[in-house]
Design a protein. Structure first.
Length: 161
């Protein structure tokens, strides 16, 4: 009978040690989370201005939520004005949606272009290796026929060295 109690005590101790190790592992911090809500026609970062500031090498987890009625996107560019003008010129030429999508993907810094449908979330991570200012824009054009960024759907990422 004493042997079975000893086995039980050892088993309980082992379970407690494993539970403590697992709890420590689960508490390790992950990347900082940044929540971006997008509507017609604006971004709101963590319930405030559409500006994200981070350090070179810092990783962030972005939760992009479309609370609007239209499709939106997060397109990372260096020069927002050039991106908007390029899409406007293509729209004036009558460029089809598929070609516009390819164009926007080619403009994306680090290939960062995420679309988000109404009522849905898109989650992704970002990490910058160089300092500078970047912009996230929506160049979707429905329903008004102009890039949403032209209507104010623009945000800024400041990467500090």
């Amino acid at each position: 009978m004493r042997t079975s109690r000893l086995v039980l005590v050892i088993t309980l101790i082992a379970i407690l040690v494993i539970a403590a190790a697992l709890a420590t592992f689960l508490r390790q911090p992950g990347p900082r989370e940044v929540r971006i809500k997008v509507t017609e026609f604006s971004y709101q970062v963590d319930s405030g201005q559409p500006i994200i500031t981070l350090k070179v090498g810092e990783e962030i987890r972005v939760v992009l939520e479309n609370v609007g009625k239209h499709d939106h996107e997060f397109l990372l560019v260096r020069d927002k004005d050039v991106a908007i003008q390029t899409v406007r010129e293509e729209l004036a030429k009558g460029t089809p949606d598929e070609a516009l999508d390819r164009l926007k993907s080619n403009m994306a810094v680090m290939g960062i272009r995420y679309e988000v449908e109404p009522g849905s979330l898109t989650i992704f991570r970002l990490r910058f290796t160089t300092p500078g200012t970047f912009y996230f824009v929506c160049l979707e054009t429905e329903p008004r026929g102009v890039p949403h960024a032209e209507l104010g759907e623009v945000g800024q990422i400041v990467v500090e060295g």
